[in-house]
Design a protein. Structure first.
Length: 593
């Protein structure tokens, strides 16, 4: 066993006859299946870019006053927070808006703690009359994964919004749903339209009426009522539910008579103002007038998921709950799925898994053509084991199943198979030189063959890792976005090295040991073709120069395809979605229509 002098030979000698080796193969495949089933599926990888909207109200102030008394002070204090990368501020009548963005990779909880602490510590610097600031966190998970558009013949925007509110209540019970937003439609509200002359005659102002309405729309405690051995808490039910309730609120006394809201204002029970609108257009309509007439009122329900949740499962569960809830809603209501990133994430991941299967099959067929089908079977065992362990690494690191991680796996197949091919090819070569040994002798030959190529294989693997791994330390937005590629490729290369030394000799002994190997004087047809071609290139200068010149011409032609725009240079495949967005910048003061 002197052939086991190297690390590779020692590893091969330990596992080639060990009963643990098949258990390692089986457990690796099971771990990969577990990771495949439990990795959340989504379209894009998660990136930590904490953002916060800080709104500071300042009622009655002009934009210039807001900028001087709120913006200038707020920017100085917010820039003191560690990790803040950008601050966007907007001064508008009645308040200021700060958009605070932290550096990529900052922990969201830590960023939230910093901004809340800094805001609370500087409340004494707010301008007199400015209420408490409102802080709302923003993240990539706020992007809706599911959008449901509600329409219906004979249903008004108010009816559609009521139906959407009911569906929101149902969908909110789905696990891992973080936020549900209703877009479009009209809310029910009581509009109080004042009569200035009537207010003046009764010496009232709109602010007086607003304060009295708020006081009337409040539930108050009226003590307790003893009923035998029980004590019942009594409350005054003073909520305003109808327009007549609002009209009947007493505002005061004028000329000995009570003054009610109905005496000084008109109360309308109806929808709110149309500041936001959603509509469905008939695709056959052409022109502004035709499009306007073809527009149907609609309401969109936008569903977002929690961080790290499976978009496919969240979308599927939400649609199932909606289908059940529709049985209790008006029959004229129609729900259309206008966005389903859970379904597209599943289709993309399934497609990439299919391509990964094709890549593995193609490599196996290539080995079968070059060495034989038994040798290809050995490689076919090594590749799934390596990919399964790589999937487990993704699960342990908290990655999701998206097109970046799958691209990394497909990219890795082309390089991780090299170690197994080198080991198998050398085992086959030693076996042919030994003249078809039996299985016992074959094991010793396999160990010697693995040890012979062990150090070069280790060096080649570490060289590839050294070339890929620095990509994991790229900063900015692209760093965490593309990080699964170097992490996955590095893990795949290291696992492929271990599998080549542990599993490949064991599998080769079972698949090739004791089997006759047909050859012609140590050479097969491919070797003969290769030797003949190389003999021409090495022995004849003109052939060699012509070959190198042809390679140079092809290289220049390939590089020229990029500036000539004959090919599209892109890191990832195009994202084919059946949707697009149009932004229209209208003049200030334009109406919604």
């Amino acid at each position: 066993m002197s052939a086991q002098g190297g690390v590779a030979g020692a590893i091969a000698g330990t596992f080639i006859r060990s009963k643990l080796t098949p258990l390692i193969v089986a457990s690796s495949l099971l771990l990969g299946a577990f990771a495949l089933l439990n990795l959340p599926r989504e379209e894009e990888p998660q990136i930590n870019v904490p953002m916060f909207d800080v709104f500071v109200p300042f009622p009655g102030a002009s934009p210039a006053e807001v900028e001087e008394r709120i913006i200038n002070v707020g920017e100085r204090r917010l820039w003191e927070i560690p990790g803040v990368e950008y601050i966007y501020s907007t001064a508008e009548p009645g308040g200021a808006l700060f958009i605070v963005r932290f550096q990529v990779g900052t922990n969201p909880e830590e960023a939230a703690n910093r901004i809340y602490t800094k805001t609370s510590a500087n409340l004494d610097m707010l301008a007199p009359g400015a209420p408490m600031p409102l802080i709302k966190p923003r993240s990539i998970d706020d992007v809706p994964i599911l959008a449901l558009t509600l329409t219906g013949e004979g249903l008004s925007p108010l009816d559609l919004r009521r139906a959407a509110a009911e569906l929101r209540r149902v969908v909110s019970t789905v696990d891992d749903v973080s936020d549900i937003e209703i877009l479009g439609g009209r809310r029910r509200q009581f509009s109080v339209l004042f009569d200035p002359r009537a207010l003046a005659r009764r010496r009232l102002s709109p602010l007086d009426v607003v304060g009295l309405l708020r006081a009337a729309n409040r539930r108050l405690s009226a003590g307790t009522q003893e009923a035998g051995e029980r004590s019942i808490k009594v409350e005054v039910d003073a909520f305003l539910r109808t327009a007549s309730d609002v009209r009947g609120v007493v505002l005061g006394v004028s000329d000995g008579r009570p003054v009610r809201v109905g005496d000084v204002a008109e109360v309308v029970d109806g929808p709110d103002e149309d500041e936001h609108e959603a509509a469905v257009y008939d695709g056959a309509a052409l022109g502004p007038q035709a499009a306007a007439s073809a527009a149907k009122p609609a309401v969109t329900l936008a569903v977002s998921k929690r961080r790290g949740a499976n978009a496919t499962e969240v979308s599927r569960s939400a649609l199932a709950r909606v289908a059940e809830a529709l049985k209790l809603l008006p029959s004229a209501l129609k729900v259309t799925v206008t966005r389903d990133y859970g379904d597209t994430a599943k289709r993309k991941s399934d497609e990439l898994l299919y391509h990964m299967f094709l890549a593995t099959l193609s490599v196996t067929l290539l080995i079968a053509l070059a060495l034989g089908w038994r040798e290809a079977l050995v490689v076919l065992i090594a590749v799934p084991v390596t990919l399964a362990l790589t999937l487990m690494v993704y699960w342990l690191f908290g990655y999701t199943f998206n097109r970046i991680t799958l691209f990394a796996l497909i990219f890795s197949i082309g390089i991780l198979v090299d170690d197994a091919i080198v080991v198998v090819e050398n085992i086959v070569r030693h076996t042919r030189m030994a003249g078809n040994p039996d299985r016992t002798t074959f094991a010793a030959i396999a160990i010697r063959a693995v040890d012979e190529v062990g150090n070069p294989t280790i060096l080649a693997t570490l060289t590839v890792v050294a070339a890929i791994l620095p990509m994991a330390f790229v900063g900015g937005l692209m760093g965490p976005y593309m990080r699964p590629i170097p992490v996955g490729a590095t893990a795949a290369m290291l696992f492929s090295l271990l599998v080549a030394f542990m599993v490949t000799p064991w599998a080769a002994t079972r698949a090739l040991g004791g089997r006759p190997h047909h050859h012609h004087e140590g050479e097969d047809r491919l070797s003969m073709v290769y030797r003949r071609a190389m003999g021409q290139l090495v022995g004849r200068p003109r052939v060699r120069q012509a070959f190198l010149g042809g390679v140079a011409v092809l290289l220049v032609a390939a590089v020229a395809l990029v500036p000539l725009e004959a090919v599209t240079v892109k890191m990832l495949p195009f994202d084919n979605k059946s949707e697009f967005q149009v932004g229209v910048d209208m003049p200030e003061g334009s109406t919604l229509e």
